[in-house]
Design a protein around this ligand. Structure first.
Ligand SMILES: [Zn+2]
Length: 340
């Protein structure tokens, strides 16, 4: 905001008719204020350089999605879940990441049995102290409990969008992180135990809670020697006709990050990002915010096959994932700003 220039206060306003005064004012604004404002605000958001996305390959992202779905249902603690983790771990390493695992124990709410769970962390530029975490859950829900047909509620759930899309996009982004012009250290994280839940109620987000706990408390008394400056959670980013709205908890907890990401989306004309507030969603971004990491959730919660037997690759699109990947990598390449 600029103050009204002083000389305007000395205009002989009473002797001018209103239309004439208006014309004079408009003339003055164009003659003086605009060029001046352009000269003195070169670093404002309006004049931000065009963000440059990585050349994200939507077809390849979609191939990863189908590859993950072919493993079958991947609930926490299952052999399929471990197989997926091994696949992504090998991929991250091949793409130049340092990979670490965070093992922890959850509980199956139905059997009360202990369930071995693991978060997977792929780190690019591990020496950098200012880092961004980009996460997605990789476990799938045990059953498609939102299925309208009760008989279908007991069949295994594939989770092409709810589960595989976020992981597949992380795998695609991994191709570009070694060469991406960014000053951040980047951690791509697979959260386990996001939804080992059988009905609507239960304990969600076991993996992201553990991830935040380790970040805050450290391991064996040794605390992290870096800071997470920002976090992005990718969930259900692969549906056809993708529509990502600003999620209210994200807006409350990390408003600046929402603004930055949507500004990049606007500049890239990424039309999947809608400039309006969507429904509030509880997701892995909440535990991360609790752990002091300003994190937003990029999610299409209007996906019609959410938690149904039809959450399948045929209802997903590589173009959708590519658009999100372009916005995220372009945001990572932006000059850094403080505070979120
Ligand atoms: Zn889900």
């Amino acid at each position: 905001m600029r103050r009204t220039p002083l000389f305007l206060r000395w205009l002989p306003m009473p002797i001018l008719t209103a239309p004439l005064a208006l014309l004079v004012l408009i003339g003055l604004v164009f003659a003086v204020a605009l060029p001046l404002s352009q000269r003195i605000r070169p670093s404002s958001a309006d004049a931000a350089p065009m963000p440059v996305p990585a050349p994200i390959d939507g077809n390849r992202a979609f191939k990863y999605l189908t590859q993950i779905c072919e493993i079958g249902p991947r609930p926490a603690g299952s052999a399929a879940n471990a197989k997926q983790r091994a696949l992504v771990s090998a991929h991250f390493q091949k793409m130049g990441a340092k990979v670490t695992e965070q093992p922890f124990t959850g509980q199956d709410p139905r059997s009360d049995k202990q369930v071995a769970m693991v978060n997977l962390v792929g780190s690019w530029h591990p020496e950098r102290k200012e880092r961004v975490v980009i996460g997605a859950h990789y476990d799938t829900r045990p059953f498609p409990d939102e299925e309208r047909n009760p008989e279908l509620r007991s069949i295994p759930f594939i989770g092409a969008n709810d589960g595989a899309s976020g992981v597949a996009l992380l795998m695609e982004m991994a191709h570009h992180l070694k060469t991406l012009p960014t000053s951040w250290g980047i951690d791509l994280v697979l959260f386990d135990g996001e939804e080992l839940v059988y009905g609507r109620d239960g304990e969600y987000f076991l993996g992201s809670k553990e991830f935040a706990r380790v970040y805050v408390e450290g391991v064996d008394g040794r605390h992290a020697d870096f800071n997470y400056e920002a976090g992005l959670v990718l969930d259900m980013v692969g549906g056809k006709n993708l529509k990502i709205q600003q999620e209210p908890h994200s807006l409350n907890l990390a408003p600046k990050l929402v603004k930055e990401v949507w500004a990049v989306a606007r500049q890239l004309k990424a039309t999947a990002f809608h400039n309006r507030i969507g429904r509030a969603v509880m997701d892995d971004h909440l535990p991360l915010n609790n752990g002091g990491i300003p994190t937003i959730d990029l999610i299409d919660f209007d996906y019609p096959y959410w938690h149904t037997s039809q959450d399948l690759p045929k209802n997903c699109s590589g173009d959708s994932m590519a658009e999100v990947g372009r916005v995220v990598t372009a945001w990572l390449s932006q000059p850094r700003t403080r505070g979120r």
